[in-house]
Design a protein around this ligand. Structure first.
Ligand code: ADP
Length: 295
């Protein structure tokens, strides 16, 4: 009887000890699991917080940059609008107040016409930039012969800047190169590239245009100048709306930062591509436009 009692006692003790060990083990696992769960949750929330912060900061920096660029654009556009208006006004006042010789008057009329062209150019550029943002616009496409179009653009630019005939050289493709394009828009592309090539060339106004046919049914046009060049770090940004390469010099030509944005939008809407190459400041710049040839 005593033996049975002690057996029961040890049995209960054994079961209790085993239960305690199991409870301890399970408790320990549960406790650890909870910690692991807490750890995983912690890491998750931390990662979420960091991602949120990074996204927030990126957004803020982008917005600040955009607003800075818009300020710079407003300054540039105000200048571009004000300067020719002020100039025209001055000449008109002089014409009104003084009795001038015919030659003087004609010279004044020429300057005023050039100023009004500049004014019109700026307004047209702003309009073209807002048009480039319209996704639904439909280009008015026809067959355009590339060399003839580029020669016409080169002629207009040579006229605008009173350049010598040999200042803009055109070489390559003697066979007609037809592309399906909106003639007016394609003209805007090459007029902008050539205008920039002259504007950012300083005194060394030597521009070389090379037109060639690539193997895969693509026409390629190189517009190369020997001007101020573009630093490598800026090459990616120059096609952005309102973007102008920062410069500390007051001699830097004025502009709105819209030209290349319009150029890229038009080239891409014609299923083409545009690239820029420059080995840095003072080494000149080459813009390369590729457009699909129409059969
Ligand atoms: P804008 O000439 O009105 O400033 P663009 O969009 O035409 O605007 O050009 C953007 C920037 O790219 C210019 O401010 C200039 O710094 C740079 N750039 C464009 N074309 C040339 C070039 N041919 N040579 C050197 N820099 C250029």
């Amino acid at each position: 009887m005593r033996r049975r009692k002690s057996t029961i006692f040890f049995l209960i003790l054994g079961i209790s000890l085993i239960s305690l060990a199991v409870a301890l083990q399970v408790g320990w696992i549960l406790l650890n699991l909870q910690q692991i769960a807490l750890l995983v949750l912690g890491i998750l929330f931390f990662a979420l917080l960091i991602t949120g912060l990074v996204l927030n900061t990126t957004f803020l920096v982008r917005e600040i940059r955009k607003s800075e660029q818009q300020d710079a654009f407003l300054n540039a556009i105000t200048h571009e609008l004000k300067t020719p208006i002020a100039s025209i006004r001055l000449y008109l006042e002089t014409l009104q107040k003084r009795d001038l010789s015919k030659e003087k008057r004609d010279a004044f009329y020429d300057i005023m016409l050039a100023d009004s062209d500049r004014l019109l150019g700026t307004v047209e550029q702003v309009l073209a930039a807002s048009k480039a943002r319209e996704r639904s616009r439909k280009p008015n496409t026809t067959q355009v012969e590339l060399r003839e179009l580029i020669e016409s653009c080169a002629g207009q630019i040579a006229n605008r800047y009173h350049l010598a005939q040999e200042a803009i050289k055109i070489t390559g493709a003697s066979d007609p190169l037809l592309v399906k394009a909106d003639r007016g828009e394609l003209e805007t592309v090459f007029l902008n590239l050539l205008d920039n090539a002259v504007k950012y060339s300083g005194a060394s106004r030597e521009i070389a245009i090379k037109i060639r046919k690539r193997q895969n049914g693509v026409a390629e046009v190189h517009v190369k100048d020997k001007g101020i060049g573009i630093p490598a770090s800026e090459l990616k940004s120059i096609f952005k709306r309102f973007y102008r390469v920062p410069s500390g010099s007051p001699d830097t030509p004025k502009g709105t930062g819209l030209g290349l944005y319009i150029v890229r939008s038009i080239v891409e809407s014609h299923r083409g591509k545009i690239f820029v190459k420059s080995r840095g400041v003072g080494t000149g710049t080459t813009f390369i436009v590729r457009l699909p040839i129409s059969e």
